[in-house]
Design a binder for this molecule. Structure first.
Ligand code: VGL
Ligand code: ZN
Length: 203
């Protein structure tokens, strides 16, 4: 069963949003088209409590994009984004949500950030996505969405470690930092993931 996981296609990651990804909205028509090719479509939502520890505003004398140590991990401090039940946390209005069977939310714990759709950044708590896919007999998982260098890349890496045949559809993502994305792509390939373009999907 071929499964498409759509990562964080939310207003705050779109041009004009609180944590805008350049040209993030360009992927939406392609993603709507892609969904028709898959047996199962799942989505994730970045879903932060107000005052989340990944927000620069939660720390004294800090600015957005500073890097600090949080629970021993490097943490980029972000502008406030995807706060629960705000318009910025909603899916982009042009995203076709009719085929999305389940939504996995992440980043709800105030104390710890969560890039991957599978685990928080300390790998302490699972979202249940891996078990959900395994229970459904899924072996092949494809990823698209935002941002390529953060939540998409970390989801892809966790998917590989969870034992799924994992593919990143690289033209169905956009990144905060292109250099960071190129680095993550090398890591994905090194770990055994596949990277291809939507037109190269042969099903
Ligand atoms: C993301 C930074 C902070 C993402 C989420 O969806 O890639 N990036 N929160
Ligand atoms: Zn976030």
């Amino acid at each position: 069963m071929k499964t498409l996981v759509l990562i964080d296609i939310q207003n705050d990651f779109m041009p004009g949003g609180a944590l805008a990804v350049k040209n993030g909205d360009e992927i939406i028509p392609l993603i709507n088209e892609l969904q028709q090719k898959f047996d199962l479509v799942i989505a994730t939502q970045d879903w932060h409590a107000k005052g989340h520890s990944s927000f620069a505003s939660a720390h004294q004398d800090a600015s957005a994009f500073d890097v600090i140590k949080l629970n021993g991990l490097n943490q980029v401090l972000w502008p406030d984004h995807c706060v629960q039940n705000t318009p910025g946390a909603e899916f982009h209005p042009e995203l076709d949500t009719n085929r999305i069977e389940t939504i996995f939310r992440k980043g709800t714990d105030l104390a710890i950030d969560s890039y991957s759709g599978f685990y928080d950044n300390m790998h302490l708590k699972s979202t249940g996505l891996s078990g959900y896919l395994k229970e459904k007999g899924v072996h092949q998982v494809y990823f698209a969405g935002l941002a390529g260098d953060y939540c998409v890349a970390y989801s892809v890496l966790d998917s590989i470690s969870e034992g799924f045949e994992t593919t990143l559809i690289e033209d169905a993502t956009r990144s905060i930092d292109q250099k960071g994305f190129e680095k993550m792509k090398l890591e994905i390939l090194r770990k055994g993931g596949t990277i291809l373009k939507a037109a190269d999907l042969v099903f």
